[in-house]
Write a protein that binds this ligand. Structure first.
Ligand SMILES: C[S@@+](CC[C@H](N)C(=O)[O-])C[C@H]1O[C@@H](n2cnc3c(N)ncnc32)[C@H](O)[C@@H]1O
Length: 221
């Protein structure tokens, strides 16, 4: 699967794409990721990407020309072009799974007051928000989306982590986890986890997941 990110701040993604599971999946060739500076598609001496809004008002708006040029160069019939936007549809587990089945995502990060509406109307296939709050630009939202999607691809997590009991994977939240030592500062782990009885442990885990979901996210049940 391939990701192309269009941003004014490519350096923000350097560490993210080199580290952890996403970094490993790129090294293994499961994921391809390229980060592009939108200024590379400007044609003026000062590489200007923003201008004042028509009609007045505070702030600046990202100009359409470099964005059109960049997307027209990068996209193919296989591509889904996504604008990260606070007023887009909210990223969720089901949307992540849908995106993980796509071969190529182009992720456009906005800045300032956002982008010229003609880009949204004519070039964008999906608009996605990572939550009901506003960030200064869409580069971190692009990273969030890549991370969430990449970890669903076969071979990315390896055996060290499983997707099955992740929160939201089957509509429930995740389970309480414990590791060694079995007793720490007088705090003991639940007896059942030391029982060696796999059926009992599994039943306990499912019960814990249901109870946690009922308490914290009853809307999921
Ligand atoms: C300061 S925001 C613009 C906010 C815009 N004026 C509004 O009120 O919707 C600048 C850019 O950050 C990104 N952004 C900010 N918050 C976001 C969120 N919650 N989800 C996705 N992208 C976000 C978008 O790409 C946006 O164009």
């Amino acid at each position: 699967m391939r990701f192309d990110v269009l941003t004014l701040f490519p350096a923000m993604l350097e560490g993210f794409l080199a580290e952890s599971m996403v970094g490993k999946s790129i090294q293994r060739g499961i994921v391809e990721a390229a980060v592009h500076n939108l200024r590379d598609w400007t044609t003026d001496k000062h590489q200007i990407t923003d201008d004042r809004p028509f009609g007045g008002g505070a702030g600046m708006v990202m100009k359409p020309e470099p964005i059109f040029s960049a997307i027209e160069e990068l996209r193919s019939e296989q591509s889904t072009v996504i604008y990260l936007a606070p007023d887009g549809e909210q990223l969720s587990h089901s949307l992540v799974m849908e995106l993980a089945a796509k071969p190529h995502l182009i992720l456009l990060s906005g800045h300032y007051e956002g982008i010229d509406e003609r880009v949204r109307e004519n070039l964008i296939d999906r608009e996605i928000s990572i939550g009901d709050y506003v960030l200064t630009n869409g580069t971190l939202p692009a990273a969030v989306l890549i991370d969430a999607v990449a970890r669903q691809l076969p071979g990315v997590l390896g055996e060290a982590q499983s997707l099955e009991q992740d929160s939201f994977s089957d509509g429930l939240l995740g389970l309480p986890q414990y590791t060694r030592p079995a007793e720490f500062r007088g705090m003991k782990i639940p007896e059942v986890l030391l029982s060696g009885n796999h059926a009992k442990i599994e039943a306990w885990r499912q019960e814990q997941r249901r109870a946690r979901t009922a308490k914290r996210r009853p809307d999921l049940l």
